[in-house]
Design a protein around this ligand. Structure first.
Ligand code: DQA
Length: 146
């Protein structure tokens, strides 16, 4: 099974960036933990982070036919990107949306997501644990959709 993990803009700054909201772990720490979890489940996990919308879109397109599920934290693109939403819909790969912070407890502009209504599931507000829960869910998605 192949799972693609995508992280959007500014998530490369995790650890330094507003740690009260996003925690003290770096993105590398989070990815290392997820790689260990994936390996113990015999799953191949590929990670890609970008600050550029088109790079995330291109990576989604490249996943077509090779990736079974996508875990994505679109970061600020959550609230702005019809294009990334359309990319995910165009490849027909189930995806799980993750946010470290509880976006619903924050500014009103963070309450709307262009992804949630078409996601297989959404995990918000649980910090880095949200990625781990998303990986468990992604591995089990084929079963839960039978
Ligand atoms: C975020 C929440 C977004 O509103 C914000 O723009 C981010 C991170 C989160 O993980 O909590 O960059 O996606």
């Amino acid at each position: 099974m192949n799972i693609l993990l995508l992280n959007g803009p500014n998530l490369n700054m995790l650890g330094q960036r507003e740690p009260d909201k996003y925690g003290t772990q770096t993105l590398q720490d989070i990815v290392d933990d997820l790689q260990a979890q994936a390996a113990s489940s015999n799953v191949t996990l590929t990670h890609f982070q970008s600050n550029a919308e088109f790079e995330l879109i291109d990576r989604v397109h490249a996943a077509m036919g090779t990736v079974d599920a996508i875990i994505i934290n679109p970061a600020a693109f959550t609230h702005t990107s019809v294009a990334l939403r359309d990319a995910l819909l165009s490849v027909n790969i189930p995806f799980i949306e993750v946010h470290l912070s509880n976006v619903h407890a924050r500014e009103p502009f963070r309450h709307h997501s262009y992804f949630s209504d078409v996601a297989a599931g959404v995990i918000v507000g649980l910090g880095a644990m949200g990625y781990s829960l998303a990986l468990t869910a992604a591995i089990n998605l084929p079963k839960s959709h039978k």
